[in-house]
Design a protein around this ligand. Structure first.
Ligand SMILES: Cc1ncc(COP(=O)(O)O)c(C=O)c1O
Length: 508
């Protein structure tokens, strides 16, 4: 049994892809009446995001990166035009003007997440990965201590295990149950109980999986802390469509990337850290901007004890004011409004995709993870099959989508654990791949899996966000429906290949 869901003929409602757009929209509104409460987003789509409709582009990769509204760019440009800005944190007028904007943005980040500044600090980083690495390299892992991870962590969290292992800590993964791909709570409870509270123990999990869209319970933060764990909540995929209230839930570390929340700027993320937890971190080095005192002759240094001790070198200071602009943009829309729209669109899409059938009655689509909307976000991961049940290669699906200006993500999404669970890959399969050493890449891995019972890896991921509308969802469903009664052979082979997480064209 793996983590996929197929529509069942008896349960499946008839797909609405054969209706006119107006009929389908009416039907959608009838079944998802709360969508009407999000109509303010249609007005924004026509102004802030009108390039989508001007280009006829269906953008469905919000988990990869959100889209910016044009006013964000205009406001940022106005700000940059309005003054002379220099490298912050010195006394010159150009520097102090910039410092003021950076500190205002920092304050706004804390405020947005309802983080009390006496409890939390906001550290600016290059992205969520940068924030995760800060924790990983500085956490006092040691023999006797533990690092516990959820199976569906992003690779930027998985990578922390290398720091933990190098320092002698025990590393464990908390498994997921199939087919929902939610944390197996019984097993998790057992693993959490194994910590010695006298040691340094870190539990890291995603508030929302970037693979399945599952929202893991935020209550786990309190439960884990009560058992002697520090908690690292990777909120990168959660905060673009859901409220994270650090007044109510208090992880020790929270990591985000701002482009995932509001599209612009790229290159800025944050680590929100509890001051008490920050005090436990031991940085392996110092850099420009991080020290209160440093001597060459004395070979001594004193790190700043606040956020400055973690911000290496010069910040992306011209981009940081755009974070405040983006947060204001999200606040004006309302994160709850975005969340509701995304919930309606993903629920409808899941239902429609599961209802798609080939002429012989076979399901066309498998969805990995939950098919109900409770405790899931707007990320839907799936594969498409031909009438004989043969997988249609996701690389080919992406190529065909491109011809129709539909953007979504394919592959493994830097989330190997969720993929292994969802697609029923065994430890033995993965060890066989690892034995290949440096020869192993994504193409060879897919080849190897074919020799091991015709298994597959990789899938199509669609994700909704703040500028999504019904038309996007409908076009996606129509696109998938176009594979009805198409055999694997007729659909044909892909013309690009993927070696790692980056795409290469044939012959380049
Ligand atoms: C859940 C999750 N964590 C971490 C990351 C890493 O984010 P970044 O690449 O911006 O550092 C991502 C990116 O997709 C993500 O989805």
């Amino acid at each position: 049994m793996n983590g996929s869901r197929e529509g069942h003929p008896k349960r499946g409602k008839r797909g609405r892809s054969d209706m006119s757009f107006d009929d389908a929209y009416r039907d959608f509104l009838q079944r998802y009446p709360s969508y009407r409460q999000t109509e303010s987003l249609d007005a924004l789509r026509a102004t802030e995001y009108r390039r989508l409709d001007d280009e006829g582009h269906v953008y469905l990769d919000y988990t990869g990166g959100s889209l910016y509204g044009v006013s964000q760019i205009e406001r940022h440009k106005e700000l940059l035009d309005s003054g002379v800005f220099g490298n912050p944190h010195s006394a010159s007028p150009a520097s102090s003007a910039m410092t003021e904007h950076v500190e205002r943005a920092r304050w706004h980040v804390l405020d947005f997440f309802h983080a009390d500044p006496s409890e939390y600090v906001a550290i600016f980083t290059a992205n969520a990965t940068g924030a995760l690495k800060l924790v990983g390299e500085s956490y006092p892992f040691a023999p006797g201590g533990r690092f516990l991870l959820a199976f569906d962590n992003h690779n930027s969290v998985n990578g922390i295990r290398e720091f933990a292992k190098a320092k002698g800590a025990e590393v464990d993964y908390a498994p997921l149950g199939t087919p929902e791909l939610r944390l197996d709570r019984k097993r998790l409870d057992t693993l959490l109980a194994e910590a010695d509270p006298a040691q340094a123990n870190l539990f890291a999990y995603p508030a929302q999986s970037n693979f399945s869209g599952v929202k893991h319970p935020l209550e786990l933060v309190k439960q884990a802390k009560a058992r002697g764990w520090d908690v690292l909540l990777d909120a990168a995929a959660f905060v673009p469509t859901s409220r994270l209230d650090l007044g109510a839930v208090q992880p020790d570390f929270v990591t985000v990337s701002f482009y995932k929340m509001f599209g612009y700027p790229t290159g800025v993320g944050a680590l929100l850290a509890r001051r008490t937890a920050l005090g436990k971190l031991r940085r392996p080095w110092f850099a420009g901007g991080t020290v209160n005192f440093v001597s060459v002759q004395g070979q001594a240094h004193v790190l700043s004890s606040s956020e400055a001790g973690f911000e290496d070198g010069t910040l992306n200071y011209l981009a940081i004011p755009a974070v405040e602009i983006g947060l204001l943009h999200l606040e004006a829309i309302g994160i709850e409004t975005i969340g509701e729209r995304v919930r309606c669109l993903s629920a409808w899409t899941i239902e429609q995709l599961l209802a798609l059938r080939h002429g012989n009655g076979r399901a066309m689509v498998r969805i990995y993870g939950p098919i109900a909307t409770e405790c899931r976000g707007g990320t839907v991961t799936l594969n498409v099959y031909d009438p004989e049940g043969r997988l249609l290669d996701w690389r080919k699906i992406e190529e065909l989508a491109k011809e129709q200006r539909i953007s979504f993500r394919t592959g493994c999404f830097c989330n190997p654990g969720a993929g292994e669970m969802a697609e029923g890959l065994s430890e033995d399969d993965m060890r066989a791949a690892a034995r290949e050493g440096e020869r192993m890449n994504q193409g060879n891995f897919l080849g190897l899996l074919r020799t091991r019972g015709h298994k597959s890896a990789g899938s199509v991921r669609i994700s909704f966000g703040l500028a999504s509308n019904f038309s996007d969802a409908r076009r996606l469903v129509e696109f998938v429906a176009s594979f009805r009664d198409q055999s694997q052979l007729a659909v044909g082979e892909f013309t690009f290949d993927v070696d790692d997480c980056r795409m290469t064209r044939d012959g380049t």
